[in-house]
Each structure stands twice: as structure tokens, then as C-alpha cells.
Design a protein around this ligand. Structure first.
Ligand SMILES: Nc1ncnc2c1ncn2[C@@H]1O[C@H](COP(=O)(O)OP(=O)(O)OP(=O)(O)O)[C@@H](O)[C@H]1O
Length: 289
């Protein structure tokens, strides 16, 4: 066991946000936190990361209350990727990633080859090597997200907490990031909205609803159609894809009839039809004549 919350409660603004929540991250594995908006995922991540103290209960790191772990040790071994990381605007990408090495350097410690190697590896892993010299302020949302992940990886943590890390990422980078996190030996706790991604990439799932833990367990046993209906109010089914990976499909109502004519407008331009040798022009544009 590395990281766990035991019966934690936390209040803010005169309201109970988390109520007696217990979760355990599998050592070296990926724990996915899922739940509707406002269910307490980010709040629980902050308690797990030692950024906030629970009003009741304990966060345990290797069985020790996190409040008793020295701040320096915590800063070295635990990395946090927040949803909206604020970083000084004038920094370059390499500088931001290098901040991940700060906890490893003593008061008078210089920059070492080990620091250099960790930063280079983190840039490479996240596909940002070519952007190392670019100003942070000029990056797109998805690039910033990848740089924040690179900064966390450069820290070489034993535990990494990520709040919606796939936000802003295109689908390839979403899948690559989740695959990367799964491949690390680092214990990961990830708040995720995409239940299909949670099913496919997490070893263990904790479902939160209105500040309480509904269940924690293996993806197939937790993300059941019944639970998804109860907690998220949508219909879903489980299936296994051709690789044997659990996937979650959602039932979407069929489009209203008028959408068929709207879709016809979008199908293709006449020039595209000529290029592709298609004879669909009459079918596509017939309604305009
Ligand atoms: N400092 C605070 N003061 C008052 N209310 C807070 C505070 N922090 C969080 N909350 C409230 O606690 C609830 C849980 O917030 P939290 O951000 O943990 O949820 P979440 O599950 O991460 O939501 P989302 O999926 O929308 O990101 C929300 O209703 C939020 O408004």
C-alpha cells in the first residue's frame, strides 16, 4: 500500500464536501476517481496530495499519516498535476519542466547530470522536446497540459495525482497519456470524466457521488450499467473490444427525422463527388433543385 484515504471528511464554505471517504491506490497501479460534477474528485485529490487537511479521518502514505511525513519528503515523492496549473508567464517550456527537479536539490545544490537527464526524458516522453525553448505563454491548452505532465514526470515521483489530465488533449494525446501513466511504476490517482477511458486504463475505480464513496473495485465490477444509471443518470453497456479491454458504450437517442435533411447538406461538395467518382450529387443536392 502506498497512498490511501481512511474515512476522510472535509468541509468548505459551511458545507460538507467529502463525507467519510475511504479509497486505496494500488501500489504501482492506477486508481481512477470518477463521479458527476461536484462529487468531490478534486477535493479528494487535494487531500491525498497533502494540499488540504481533512477535518476527520487520515490520509496515509505507506501507512503513515501524511501530516507526519516531512514536507521535503512529500515534495520529492508525490507530484500533483492540477486542472489549471498557474505558471509564471515568462518561463520557457524547459524551465517549467525543470521546476519538477526543485524538491531534489539541496539549498546549495547545483544542477546535476541526473537533473538534466530527468528533464530530457520527461520532455521526450511527453513529445515536447521540440518545444523546449518555446515560451510557456505561447503554448496551446493541450501543450500546456503535456508540459505540466512533463514537469511531474521530471520530479520522478513515487505517487502522481492528476486532476482531469486529458482535458484539452486531442484524442491521440489523451490515449497516449493514459497509456503512459499505466506503463509507469508510479502509483497514479487520476480524476477522470470519461468512463470509457477509466474502464480501459485504470486498474481500480472509485466512484464518488455528492461527497460520498459509492464503491471502489475493479472496473468491470464498479462501472456496471446499474451503477452508471444510478450515479450518472445515463444508460450504458459494457463490452470487451478485440484486445479484451473493457469498454463502456453509452446509449444515445436516435436523431430526429429532420436531421436527415440537415446531414445531407454536410455530406460532400459536388467537386468532391467528381473527384471521388461518386454519383451521389443528385442524391445529396436533389432537394435544392
Ligand atoms: N474551497 C471551497 N469552498 C466552497 N466550496 C467548495 C470549495 N472547494 C470545493 N467546493 C465545492 O465542493 C464540491 C466538490 O468540488 P470538487 O471540485 O471537488 O468536485 P469535482 O468532482 O472535482 O467536480 P468537477 O467534476 O466539476 O471538476 C463542489 O460543489 C464545489 O463547489
Amino acid at each position: 500500500m502506498t497512498l490511501a484515504a481512511r474515512d476522510v471528511s472535509w468541509s468548505a464554505g459551511g458545507r460538507r464536501i467529502l463525507n467519510g471517504v475511504s479509497v486505496t491506490a494500488p501500489a504501482g497501479g492506477v486508481l481512477g476517481l470518477v463521479g458527476p460534477n461536484g462529487s468531490g474528485k478534486s477535493s479528494l485529490l487535494r487531500l491525498l496530495g497533502g494540499l488540504r487537511r481533512p477535518d476527520a479521518g487520515d490520509v496515509l502514505l505507506d501507512g503513515r499519516p501524511v501530516s507526519r511525513v516531512r514536507r521535503a519528503e512529500l515534495a520529492r515523492r508525490l507530484a500533483f498535476v492540477e486542472q489549471h496549473s498557474a505558471t509564471e508567464m515568462q518561463l520557457r517550456v524547459r524551465d517549467v519542466v525543470s521546476l519538477g527537479r526543485t524538491p531534489h536539490r539541496g539549498a546549495w545544490g547545483g544542477w546535476t547530470p541526473a537533473d538534466e537527464a530527468a528533464v530530457a526524458a520527461a520532455l521526450e516522453t511527453t513529445g515536447m522536446t521540440g518545444r523546449a525553448g518555446q515560451s510557456w505563454s505561447t503554448l496551446s491548452g493541450g501543450e500546456r497540459q503535456r508540459v505540466q505532465v512533463a514537469r511531474a514526470l521530471a520530479q520522478e515521483p513515487r505517487e502522481i495525482l492528476l486532476d482531469e489530465p486529458t482535458n484539452h488533449l486531442d484524442i491521440r494525446h489523451q490515449l497516449e497519456l493514459l497509456d503512459l501513466l499505466r506503463s509507469l511504476r508510479t502509483t497514479c490517482v487520476i480524476a477522470l470524466h470519461d468512463l470509457d477511458h477509466a474502464a480501459a486504463f485504470c486498474d481500480c475505480i472509485a466512484v464518488l457521488d455528492r461527497g460520498r464513496l459509492v464503491t471502489q473495485g475493479l472496473p468491470a465490477g464498479t462501472l456496471t450499467p446499474g451503477l452508471i444509471r444510478d450515479v450518472f443518470a445515463v444508460e450504458a453497456t459494457q463490452r470487451y473490444d478485440r484486445h479484451g479491454t473493457l469498454r463502456i458504450d453509452f446509449t444515445v437517442a436516435p436523431p430526429p427525422a429532420r436531421h436527415r435533411s440537415l446531414q445531407a447538406h454536410c455530406r460532400s461538395k459536388p467537386e468532391d463527388d467528381r473527384r471521388s467518382g461518386s454519383d451521389s450529387r443528385q442524391e445529396t443536392y436533389g432537394h435544392l433543385s
